[in-house]
Ligand binder design. Sequence first.
Ligand code: URA
Length: 246
Amino acid sequence: MAEAREGVRLQKVLAAAGVGSRRACEELIAAGRVEVDGRTVRTQGVRVDPATAVIKVDGMRVTTAEAGLAYLALNKPPGVVSTMTDPEGRPSLADYVEGRKERLFHVGRLDVDTEGLILLTNDGELAHRLAHPSYGVQKTYLAEVHGTVARDVGRQLRAGVELDDGLVKVDSFRVLDRVGRRIMVEVVLHEGRKHVVRRLLKEVGHPVQRLIRTHFGPVALGDLRPGKMRPLTSAEVAQLYQAVDL
Ligand code: URA
């Protein structure tokens, strides 16, 4: 723990990070709900380095602006490649982060035709863990398919479907809406394999016409318009940390 005099008082750092008023933060400290670098702090006035201290409230990580970390959600439009450059000159994620001073990484990829939520951050460890299959972070997709979805499709997908590269199981599947032949289904899974949703739905007889990622772990796309980006809230960042044991 940084106990240097030149640090910033913990309640001030917590308040600046949006945890609550300084008074409320003092109460959290007194109640033993605040941890700095793995140790519970109960005394007032402890100074920390907001750029480096790992601060948690009720076990949830608090991120400070001083750490220079950026956490963004982008609604990727179709036709944009999920890389920072494209040798073929197609629109890429770089077009959306132009002019930003941080060096941002994208967390995983979406197919060029897939739309929706993609996370961008310069927090390398978080990005790495979120993209890593061993942490099993859930992603939710909305897919448009055609035809009639047979009753047992959900059961089949949950039980597991054999693809070229092995068995894939979804966490949940449901039909959300039907307009004529167009059916919107929701698929939740914690797989990160290439084209996995398109391959799965094709395998059960429903090739995807349109695919949108609506959630990445605790983060929802919400009403973010295509091509728009927003900073994640500190609660969303804390939940992402929690999802990958950071
Ligand atoms: N599954 C797909 O098929 N495509 C994506 O872009 C993401 C998941």
